[in-house]
Design a protein around this ligand. Structure first.
Ligand code: ADP
Ligand code: ZN
Ligand code: ZN
Length: 830
């Protein structure tokens, strides 16, 4: 047989243009396939996992390519549609293909020399079934705890190291280190069941007789247990402990007594994703209201002519029920569905709602999951491509990175809360917007897109108004529930009449009191961007600032420190003012922590909790607070925008917005839109199931138009007023924006670099170029920042303009004497 000399274009996860050409050794010829992973050497001592993007016979000119070291996969892990999508993304967002690969692929799928591996804490120590080399690595990792791939390569042959580690990962013996830190701790739930001894009727009867005489409470609990296991679980003889104690109105002590007698046992179970999820309810059991039914039909009829439909439905209108119906139809056609949510809204609430109907067909992709789970989901989505039966995931519920899974046959993409800014990736590149990218991805699959929101982004709503998207409106809440009553409190008056208690107006205080008396719950919103607590000298007005960033330090009470929210720098509070020596340093402004503390003074009986960046840092903290609130272990929840994200609570009768002015006055062309969205979303948390809720907005500007629009629930008026402004001042959706940020540690150097860069750009793009200017925060982590803005008219040839920007950047990086300045390009910045 004739031997063909093959070359392959390999994509590496590096910030460099294009692919790299490698030669295929003859023995690997038959194994080569686009989308498989290969191991290659790069530079002198580095090895990387790359992806085969092309296979060809064109001999490279002027150099001798290195050989591919090995092929890792039996079948492709990345499909051709994904490559096409990645190419689009790197083009559109002016980033390198390798950068896209880097965000797209879970790290366990791209081992490289620097990757650190560690022993899997779940490994049981059984090393039978390992070959000699695997054995050596397993032992080394046991002693060393952590090794880089290069270090492992010293134990075994350089060329073989990655395939070996890959096997050890599959055998669950080692893990990629960064993922261990991120390890997801599954939630456990406690179940009660009968001991085997008491499973016979006879034994039970004996026990009944005995308990009836001496321990009536225990008898009651046991009876409740039996009735619950009988009707709820259809014979599976266990119930959740919480459920049992609630239903029986019984206590822990009574249960313990039955445990001691050996009648009941208690076990903790992991409610893990790997458990079987059976669908418990059929989608047909949802009865849509006539309004919802109408919306559902409208969506479908729009889909006949349009790729994208915007579902504008007020909070609690039942958008999710409509999604479930649509998903059901699409998977019945044998297609896949991607359901995107903002990261923070990915709670068990929504996951369980979907699993109730679709059981194991639903995969969840979440940044809090560890590598095993991520790779597992990747493989299960991929499995669907090969075998469209039961093994693969047909529905993926995920945050923005779920865009990158290996779909082969998408039929529908749902982007819920489409206005949410967390769909945009800020750093690192590619700085993509998942909503916009989802539309492109869907088009590649011939799929439809449903955008859903109670407060759509101006861009999406404009697209609907201009006829590019279909528009469907749902104006009523489910079950005839009313929109909340909105009460505006004029802080000027309240202050003048001395009716404020700290940051709470008399009106708000009264409503909180009433709600608590009524056993209802309260949410108080204090926005992140507003003033938090800082200190100021009351003689010379000195305030401490960060030594690395151009921002004021924030006071944190729990450790009595001043802290930078940009870089994490923290320092003790000085005893006296370093400027004037005065000792009268006072607190200014207020943050969530302060609010929490003061509430405790006014409502000593209430259980108060706080939800913000500081309280949700650990893995499950966010979910825990939500559970506690759901189960009414919290009466008042104080929080930042986190409390606005699509949560569904049943007993919230009052929502307070402590200071609306901080939101409105933020200097950004989107602040009007944003403050409307935030206020409307927070308000949506009030009064969901039982009773009309109340929203109290505290402000010094009760007549501000945005507050009026919120009170009257007039998204349409907000939209119209903003659209006119956007047109006048040349902003989206009439103009596209590309922001180029230059960064350097020397301000003078940066100044010249930015000027030179802007001048180069102007030669090509003329008046479209604005700046350079310092952003509001002009130094972060010791780097000074300068922004250049490019505004492109809608009719402008944006592709050509992007090419020119790219040229300018490449030129600058190659030739400018200021090339040490870092250039960050952000297309469609938020
Ligand atoms: P949205 O997503 O628009 O905020 P949801 O879909 O969360 O609204 O619906 C709000 C609440 O109303 C949920 O608890 C949901 O279960 C309930 N609901 C909505 N529509 C229906 C329906 N047709 N039948 C039963 N319950 C419904
Ligand atoms: Zn001073
Ligand atoms: Zn800082």
């Amino acid at each position: 047989m004739e031997r063909v000399t093959l070359f392959a274009e390999i994509l590496l996860p590096l910030p460099v243009p294009g692919t790299f050409t490698y030669r295929v050794p003859y023995v690997l010829n038959d194994l080569m396939e686009k989308g498989k992973r290969v191991v290659v050497q790069f530079g002198k001592r580095k090895i990387y996992t790359g992806l085969v993007k092309e296979i060809h016979q064109n001999v490279p000119e002027g150099y001798t390519p290195k050989y591919i070291l090995s092929v890792l996969d039996a079948s492709p892990v990345v499909n051709l549609l994904q490559f096409k999508f990645w190419d689009w993304m790197s083009d559109y967002y002016l980033s390198y293909p390798g950068e896209v690969m880097n965000v797209a692929l879970p790290s366990a799928l791209k081992l490289a020399s620097e990757t650190r591996i560690v022993r899997n804490p779940d490994f049981d120590g059984d090393i039978s079934g390992l070959n000699e080399k695997e054995h050596l690595i397993a032992e080394a990792i046991n002693i060393q705890k952590t090794l880089t791939v290069s270090e492992v390569a010293r134990i075994v042959e350089f060329k073989k190291v990655i395939p070996l580690i890959k096997n050890l990962m599959e055998k669950k013996i080692v893990l990629v280190e960064e993922e261990v830190k991120e390890r997801y701790r599954p939630k456990t739930e406690t179940y009660v069941s009968l001991t085997t001894e008491y499973k016979s009727e006879e034994k039970l009867r004996e026990v009944f007789d005995e308990l009836e005489k001496r321990a009536y409470k225990q008898l009651e609990l046991l009876m409740t247990f039996l009735s619950l296991t009988h009707d709820v679980n259809g014979g599976s003889m266990e119930v959740k402990k919480k459920n049992l104690l609630n239903t029986a109105h019984s206590s822990e002590q009574v249960l313990t007594a039955l445990k001691k007698k050996g009648i009941l046992t208690v076990t903790k179970k992991i409610t893990s994703r790997l458990e079987k999820y059976d669908a418990q309810q059929s989608v047909d059991s949802i009865t849509l209201t006539p309004e919802q039914q109408k919306a559902f039909s409208e969506i479908k009829s729009h889909f006949e002519t349009k790729e994208v439909v915007l579902l504008h439905g007020v909070t609690s209108s039942g958008k999710t029920e409509i999604y479930i119906r649509l998903i059901n139809e699409v998977i019945a056609e044998g297609k896949q569905v991607l359901f995107l949510l903002p990261e923070i809204a990915l709670t068990t609430q929504i996951i369980n709602r979907l699993r109730k109907f679709f059981g194991e067909a639903v995969g969840v992709y979440h940044s809090k999951y560890n590598e095993f789970e991520r790779v597992e989901i990747w493989n299960k989505v991929n499995a669907y491509a090969k075998d469209r039966e039961d093994t693969g995931y047909r529905i993926v519920l995920g945050a923005r990175s779920a865009l990158f899974l290996p779909y082969s046959n998408l039929g529908l993409v749902i982007v819920d809360e489409e206005h949410d800014t967390s769909y945009k990736q800020f750093s690192p590149a590619p700085r993509y917007n998942a909503r916009d990218s989802a539309i492109v991805l869907a088009r590649m699959h011939g799929a439809k897109v449903l955008l859903g929101s109670a407060t759509p982004s101006l861009e999406s709503y404009a697209n609907a108004q201009f006829g590019k998207y279909g528009l469907v409106e749902l104006k009523e809440r489910y079950g005839g529930m009313q929109m909340p009553e909105i009460i505006v409190v004029n802080l000027k008056q309240e202050t003048r009449r001395k009716m404020m208690k700290s940051h709470f107006s008399s009106v708000l205080m009264k409503h909180i009191e009433d709600a608590l008396k009524d056993h209802q719950q309260v949410i108080l919103f204090q926005n992140r961007r507003g003033f938090s607590l800082r200190i100021e000298c009351n003689q010379c007005n000195w305030t401490p600032t960060c030594k690395n960033c151009d921002v004021t330090l924030i006071y944190h009470k729990h450790n009595n420190q001043l802290k930078c929210h940009y870089c994490g720098y923290s320092t003790a509070i000085p005893e006296r003012c370093p400027e004037c020596g005065h000792t009268g340093l006072m607190m200014k402004g207020f943050g969530t922590e302060k609010v929490e503390e003061e509430l405790a003074i006014f409502f000593p009986e209430a259980k108060i909790a706080r939800m913000d960046m500081d309280t949700t840092r650990t893995k499950n903290a966010y979910q825990r607070i939500i559970n506690d609130f759901e189960e009414h272990r919290i009466d008042i929840l104080v929080g930042t925008q986190m409390v606005t994200k699509g949560l569904d609570f049943d007993h919230v009768s009052v929502v307070g917005i402590l200071n609306a002015d901080n939101l409105i006055s933020y200097p950004d062309f989107r602040s009007f839109e944003r403050s409307f969205q935030l206020m409307a979303q927070v308000s949506g948390r009030a009064g969901r199931k039982h009773k009309r809720g109340k929203v109290i907005i505290q402000t010094y500007n009760p007549n501000h138009p945005v507050i009026r629009f919120v009170i009257e629930n007039r998204y349409d008026l907000m939209y119209r007023s903003q659209l006119a402004e956007r047109q006048q001042y040349k902003y989206p959706p009439f103009y596209r924006i590309i922001r180029i940020q230059l960064q350097h540690k020397d301000n003078q150097f940066l100044y010249s670099a930015a000027n030179e860069f802007a001048a180069e750009l102007r030669k090509k793009l003329g008046k479209r170029v604005l700046g350079p200017e310092y952003p509001i925060v002009s130094r972060i982590k010791n780097l000074y920042l300068k922004n250049i803005l490019i505004k492109i008219e809608k009719s402008g040839k944006s592709h050509q303009i992007k090419e020119q920007i790219k040229e300018t950047v490449d030129d600058f990086k190659a030739r400018s004497r200021y090339k040490a300045a870092k250039v960050v390009v952000d297309v469609d910045p938020l």
